[in-house]
Design a protein around this ligand. Structure first.
Ligand code: NAD
Ligand code: ZN
Length: 384
């Protein structure tokens, strides 16, 4: 276990029924101009209107950047940031999923002409916070509202790369389940499994520590008990609220423990074939956890003991098996595609995938069981 660890999280987090109303107190008199970051999907779903009603009550002028790209490349993120820079705002509100929040977080540290997103790929810590941010997640989710990470596609590497800078941790977060109420099932399922992956990866990370365990286990408990209802039942507001909390908690866990081999090996799937982040993690989740099981039985059993709905398992082996089976059951129940053939990935790409996946050492080093190239090859082969 690590000998030192730190808990870094947003300054103030509002949650619960009607939490959006706190927008007015957040936007105190020091804010002179707001830019709202969002995307077409959010606007099309009529979701922007909910926070906008509160923003307009403050009378503070605002501008919209409402056509942000989904799963942005570093250059697409930079284009949005360049438009933002000339707007002379001193506050950012991000209304969206991980894609929107990640661009907004980068913008909050890149109001400068001296360097841009591509420079941060090499030297992420050079940038400092320029404007305060409020994150309003509309998926549950990436947990980006809690993390110092921003994930961008680097096209020439066909890889998604995480830029990590503490200055990107947002100042304010509002978790209001109204924002995920109408989330289409397909998106709710994939993003929910992303949060599930964050929780179990952080709990089994080599960088796990008492802080990350606290958040990862609570996230896991909430997700294992609510994910199906939250995705299947449009009216299940308690389950949706639980998922929103869980994705935030799992994000807090990422910030202190980091994800592991599921995310590492899924990055090339997003980078090369544009498989949505949650879907690529859902593909990798069960194969990687089965691979990890010999080294993680104690932790899987501990997780079993911690979660509220469980089976009749008594021994460590049985408890561990139950957990891995439960992950499998969730991915299957939610009808998430788990074959690479569903995305027309040819078998001939295998070696390229292995090389790209093995390049994500930033996360692979966190995995309790060492992942060698032959292991990565076997894991990808399971999906082909
Ligand atoms: N920064 C982090 O810590 C972190 C962690 C995990 C993933 N990510 C990144 O986040 C991105 C994925 O984010 P995501 O999974 O939240 O999805 P997303 O932001 O890419 O959104 C996916 C689609 O869902 C739509 N959508 C979002 N919320 C909706 C709602 N409530 N109703 C209707 N439509 C809605 C969007 O318009 C978009 O078309 C990826 O780029 C991934 O790499 C970042
Ligand atoms: Zn993720």
């Amino acid at each position: 276990m690590m000998t030192q660890y730190a808990l870094k999280m947003p300054h103030v987090v509002y949650s619960g029924v009607g939490a959006l109303e706190n927008i007015t107190s957040i936007l105190n008199k020091e804010v002179t101009k707001i830019v709202i970051f969002t995307d077409k999907g959010i606007v099309g779903a009529g979701l922007l209107e909910l926070p906008l009603a509160w923003i307009e009550k403050t009378g503070i002028p605002y501008e919209l950047l409402d056509e942000l790209p989904v799963e942005p490349s570093c250059d697409e993120a930079q284009e949005t940031i360049d438009r933002f820079k000339v707007m002379n705002a001193d506050f950012i509100i991000a209304v969206g999923g991980g894609s929107v929040m990640d661009i907004a977080k980068l913008a909050s540290i890149l109001m400068t002409d001296q360097y841009g997103v591509r420079d941060l790929l090499e030297n992420p810590s050079m940038a400092k916070k320029c404007v305060k941010t409020l994150m309003i997640p509309t998926t549950a989710g990436t947990g980006s509202e809690a993390t110092p990470n921003s994930i961008v596609l680097v096209p020439e590497k066909a890889l998604k790369v995480g830029i990590v800078n503490e200055a990107m941790i947002s100042d304010y977060v509002i978790l209001d389940a109204e924002m995920i109420k109408k989330l289409p099932r397909k998106i709710a399922a994939a993003t929910g499994v992303d949060a599930l992956a964050h929780a179990i990866e952080c709990f089994t990370s080599k960088k796990a520590n008492p802080f990350s365990d606290l958040f990862a286990l609570e996230a896991l408990d909430l997700i294992l008990n609510n994910i199906e209802a939250a995705c299947d039942d449009a009216e299940a507001m308690d389950a949706k609220n639980a998922m929103l909390l869980a994705s935030f908690y799992a994000g807090v866990a990422i910030a202190t423990a980091g994800t592991t081999a599921v995310h590492a090996l899924s990055y090339p799937l997003g980078g090369k074939y544009h498989i949505p982040h949650g879907v690529s993690n859902a593909m990798m989740l069960v194969p990687v956890m089965k691979f990890n099981e010999p080294m993680c039985k104690d932790l899987f059993a501990k997780a079993y003991d911690r979660v509220h709905v469980k089976g009749e398992a008594k021994t460590e082996d049985e408890k561990s098996k139950w957990l891995v089976n439960r992950l499998d059951e969730i991915v299957k129940h939610l009808d998430i595609p788990t074959r690479l053939s569903d995305y027309n990935v040819p078998k001939s790409d295998l070696e390229e995938l292995v090389a790209s996946g093995m390049a994500v050492q930033r996360l692979l080093v966190n995995n309790r069981r060492e992942v060698r190239a032959e292991d990565a090859r076997a894991l990808y082969l399971e999906l082909l």
